[in-house]
Design a protein around this ligand. Structure first.
Ligand SMILES: *Cc1c(COP(=O)(O)O)cnc(C)c1O
Length: 382
């Protein structure tokens, strides 16, 4: 018999590793909200729990599922994706050098450019997926961390994780990958050589737009991971018990949700490529994507549920197109069951590398025909 965490991802997800509640036999876990736990008479904490900021029984199953999916040695839940990502950088020392892509999740890019620098990290941004630029920007002995996001928000540029890991390691740096968009079902960065994986669990992992959460998964229980765990514990950016339970519930349907989202996104990307109202469709599953071959090699089972349209007629036409959509909802975020559209440049503001004619689409679970027809009527009306 195979161990539960060696089974295929869809099985791990549907059964949440097959854990059964010991006290009741429940297939669904209980929620343990206690902030404090009883000491044994001899002053020990043999059951492993002392205080809610140290560890929380409701976390254990969700963290075990996420570690198994990513093929990691351990996982830590955080209060948000940003809390998870910033814990990685806060575990470094002032003066350490880090590299991140030019195009990436805007909130983290802004935090790196402002807060991380104020705090003493030396931060440089490198063009996405450009291995020669990455090699040139690495400072051996000084660069501690390389951050990747692939496919990268909101242009869906692709970076070669295995090649980036080799370059980072040669320079003595760790590689961390924001795997929010592909999820471990499409890409497993640790198997490609990454040291850390981060997710905004807010997005696909939970998948129902009703929770903010983050997670880090590590390849090894090493000193760097201990410092990250201390950052969560001491800084206190922990997830609530109810949210951890909700995340575990959302995870159980991830495999079917993502399959459908990938299929619909691929269909829409092909359908609107060459449409007279669209200058370009940005999607790694299109043969016309500049790094389609790299995406094919490191993504399995699809190219994700996110695509962007560069709209003919520029910024005003893009905003007018979003206004005419009825099925697609104008809202930020991604990875939920409902399809969302967003003009990213106006939310990111000055300094954004995002083209002003770009609309970001997060494909949900609606009938693909309705999503397509809605885009067609809005484009025809322009
Ligand atoms: C949403 C998101 C984040 C931040 O997550 P929060 O839960 O909103 O803090 C980071 N990276 C990516 C790719 C995201 O989509």
């Amino acid at each position: 018999m195979t161990a539960a965490n060696d089974r295929r991802p869809a099985t791990i997800l549907a059964q949440a590793l097959g854990w059964i509640d010991e006290a009741t036999g429940g297939l669904a876990p209980g929620i343990q909200p206690s902030s404090t736990f009883l000491r044994d008479a001899d002053n020990q904490y043999r059951r492993g729990f002392s205080y809610g900021r140290d560890s929380n029984p409701t976390y254990l199953q969700a963290e075990a599922v996420l570690a198994a999916l990513e093929g990691g040695a351990g996982a830590l839940l955080f209060a948000s994706g940003m809390a998870a990502a910033t814990a990685v950088f806060q575990s470094l020392r002032p003066g350490d050098h880090v590299l991140a892509p030019v195009t990436m999740y805007w909130g983290l890019r802004k935090w790196l450019a402002d807060e991380a620098r104020r705090w003493g990290l030396a931060v440089d941004f490198v063009p996405n997926g450009d291995l020669a630029a990455l090699e040139g920007a690495l400072l051996p002995g000084k660069t501690r961390l390389v951050w990747l996001e692939t496919p990268a928000n909101p242009t869906w540029d692709i970076a070669d994780i295995a090649a980036s890991a080799r370059l980072a390691h040669e320079a003595g740096a760790m590689l961390a990958v924001d795997n929010t968009v592909p999820t471990p079902l499409l890409t497993r960065p640790l198997e490609l050589g990454a040291d850390l994986v981060m997710h905004a669990a807010t997005k696909y992992l939970n998948g129902h737009s009703d929770l903010i959460a983050g997670v880090l998964v590590t390849a090894r229980h090493d000193a760097a991971w201990q410092r990250i765990a201390a950052t969560r514990h001491d800084g206190g950016a922990i997830l609530g018990s109810f949210e951890a339970w909700l995340l575990l519930r959302g995870l159980r349907t991830l495999a079917v949700r993502l399959d459908r989202q990938c299929a619909t996104a691929q269909h829409l990307a092909e359908r609107f490529s060459g449409h007279p109202g669209v200058v370009r469709v940005l999607y790694p599953g299109l043969a016309s994507h500049p790094r389609h071959a790299v995406a094919r090699a490191q993504m399995q089972g699809g190219f994700g549920g996110m695509l962007s349209l560069r709209v003919a007629g520029g910024e005003r036409a893009a905003i007018a197109l979003a206004a005419r959509l009825a099925v697609w909802k104008r809202a930020t975020s991604l990875g939920g069951v409902e399809s969302l559209v967003e003009h990213r440049a106006s939310i990111e503001g000055p300094g954004t590398p995002c083209p002003t004619d770009l609309l970001r689409l997060s494909v949900g679970l609606e009938a693909p025909e309705d999503l397509q027809a809605d885009l067609e009527q809005a484009l025809a009306a322009l």
